[in-house]
Design a protein around this ligand. Structure first.
Ligand code: AAO
Length: 512
């Protein structure tokens, strides 16, 4: 009996680690603050055709509307209830998006904010995205409903009810994160309401959930909630599929709470990944690309099967969250493309690509005063649509990193080499490195200040390949550099340190 329970529990937890990506796809893109209508169109016109596996959407739940500062992006991390009208659109638009994305094999992952409601200073009234009345000072959210009984106040023992010390696990989980009203997830009632919210989305067809602020919730409480979740909708997923769970836990070491406390519940965001990769590509702290020969668990990252990885996320691209100044973003596009290319070529983790909007940075004493700036908006606060330019880039202030040729093509690379081992490593003991993925793909970087000129064994079948970084294969022709592999798999590479993109990638489907 004991064995049976153990085996069942193990099976369940493993299941929640599976992102249920379709058609051999391997990557998720975070379309941060996009409208549902734009995501639906993007699934059909771009993500499906280009082999993207899924989209992480911004929180779909009803949220506070803030005026000071004006409509910051982070208002969506202050729920008022679980109705599904948000800055991204209505419930009908959400449902339409989920259906249309699923129909082209692109999964939807919901960002669920379940640790808290709005901030204690959120006031009282109907300044919420569906117009529901609430009172922050009285902890009253009738649309759920939650009342003051449903919050953690008596469990927190700090002077102001806030988290003051990340070295104290009780504070981190029982007190308020940045003044946000902290839900008592130990209560059966609260667990039920949260699970009901998630189940509504699961029934609508989402494939999984990014769970916000998991460090601030007890693993046992989360286990109870996740145990209540329905299986995925069998219209699009095989019967018995458990929702994919990936938990936001920031663990750079040195705190009371560590990521491993959450592994049995689902995957976890590996924040060390982007922090270290940024340091390596910037060549800070004496780091070199050649040191990444054992990238992954060899660098002290969590087990491969537990990790979701990314170069930057919506917090640390604007200097909050974790990682600090080493994090690379679209603002430093040359280094950024190399970092994303490295991540997508390397077998470690489930990969998430960031897709952002532009804002004007304004650093004062190392802090961006404009980190709060919301998505491109009209004067009434509504989010501007994502427009598509003739060259397939985005307009209206949307950056669309996922559409950049180099990134789009590396998403495809990852699909083509899926399941192949990391192989044929080469380095110059400095910042020139290369590695293959079995006989399906090969990538080489020159992050030194001098040119690269070398002949290497790629492990690929002989032939002419099109480099998918400087160009791509179009109608059987190559718009970029061509690489000749001999019958022995050896190929000659030349990369100037002044190239626009100092890396080259070839794969089985870029063969001419
Ligand atoms: C806003 C205002 C607040 C106001 C509040 C309520 O900014 O001034 O008090 O409303 O009125 C987002 C925004 C917040 C915003 C919030 C609600 O980022 O600014 O507050 O919406 O609108 C912690 C959490 C982590 C969280 C991260 C931002 O652990 O879960 O803070 N991320 C998620 C979301 C995020 C969202 C929320 C959670 C809330 O992704 O968008 O907030 O729903 C240490 C700890 C981390 C901790 C950071 C930051 O990190 O380890 O756990 O993250 O501190 O407090 C080095 C260290 C690293 C350290 C880091 C920063 O890198 O190695 O460990 O420095 O010190």
């Amino acid at each position: 009996m004991k064995w049976l329970i153990l085996v069942a529990g193990f099976g369940l937890s493993l299941a929640q680690h599976n992102p249920h990506l379709k058609h051999g796809r391997t990557s998720i893109v975070h379309l941060f603050e996009w409208r549902w209508a734009d995501i639906a169109a993007e699934c059909e016109r771009f993500l499906g055709p280009n082999g993207f596996g899924g989209v992480q959407i911004s929180p779909p739940s009803e949220h506070i509307i803030l005026n000071n500062p004006w409509r910051p992006w982070y208002q969506r991390y202050q729920p008022i209830g679980y109705k599904l009208c948000s800055r991204s659109g209505t419930e009908a638009e959400l449902r339409d998006m989920i259906t249309r994305c699923n129909n082209v094999g692109v999964n939807i992952y919901v960002d669920a904010v379940i640790n808290h409601m709005c901030g204690s200073a959120g006031g009282e009234g109907t300044h919420s995205s569906c117009g529901s009345w609430f009172s922050a000072p009285h902890e009253d959210f009738p649309s759920v409903p939650y009342s003051s009984w449903d919050f953690n106040d008596n469990k927190c023992h700090t002077s102001n009810g806030e988290i003051q010390n990340y070295g104290d696990a009780n504070q981190v989980r029982n007190c308020r994160l940045e003044g946000l009203l902290d839900l008592a997830l130990e209560k059966d009632y609260v667990r039920g309401k949260v699970a009901e919210y998630m189940n509504k989305l699961i029934d609508m067809g989402v494939a999984g959930i990014r769970v916000d602020a998991c460090k601030h919730m007890w693993p046992g409480d989360l286990q109870n909630v996740f145990g209540r979740l329905h299986n995925l909708n069998t219209k699009w997923f095989s019967s018995g599929s458990r929702p994919f769970i990936y938990q936001e836990v920031i663990d750079l070491g040195g705190e009371a709470i560590s990521a491993k406390e959450y592994f049995h519940l689902g995957r976890v965001t590996e924040f060390k990944y982007g922090a270290k990769l940024g340091t390596v590509i910037r060549k800070w702290n004496g780091e070199k690309l050649s040191y990444t020969r054992n990238w992954g668990e060899g660098w002290g990252f969590m087990p491969n099967g537990d990790a979701v990885v990314f170069v930057d996320n919506h917090d640390n691209q604007r200097g909050s969250g974790a990682g600090g100044a080493s994090i690379l973003t679209f603002f430093e596009s040359r280094l950024y493309k190399m970092a994303v290319g490295y991540m997508l070529a390397h077998p470690y983790g489930v990969t998430r690509v960031m897709s952002s909007y532009r804002w004007d940075r304004n650093f004062v004493n190392g802090k961006d005063q404009n980190y709060w700036v919301g998505p491109p908006s009209n004067s009434d606060g509504s989010t501007k649509p994502v427009t598509i330019n003739a060259d397939l880039t985005c307009g209206n202030g949307w950056v669309c990193e996922h559409r950049w040729r180099q990134i789009k093509n590396m998403v495809k690379f990852r699909n083509v080499v899926n399941g192949q081992p990391h192989s044929n490593w080469w380095d110059n003991q400095s910042n020139q490195v290369a590695f293959g993925r079995g006989n399906r793909g090969f990538i080489i970087f020159n992050n030194d200040d001098w040119d690269l000129d070398v002949t290497l064994n790629t492990g690929m079948p002989g032939g002419t390949y099109c480099d998918v970084i400087s160009g791509q294969k179009e109608n059987g022709r190559c718009t970029g550099k061509q690489i000749q592999a001999g019958g022995d798999g050896r190929a000659h590479f030349k990369i100037s340190s002044r190239d626009e993109d100092p890396f080259v990638a070839i794969h089985a489907e870029s063969k001419l």
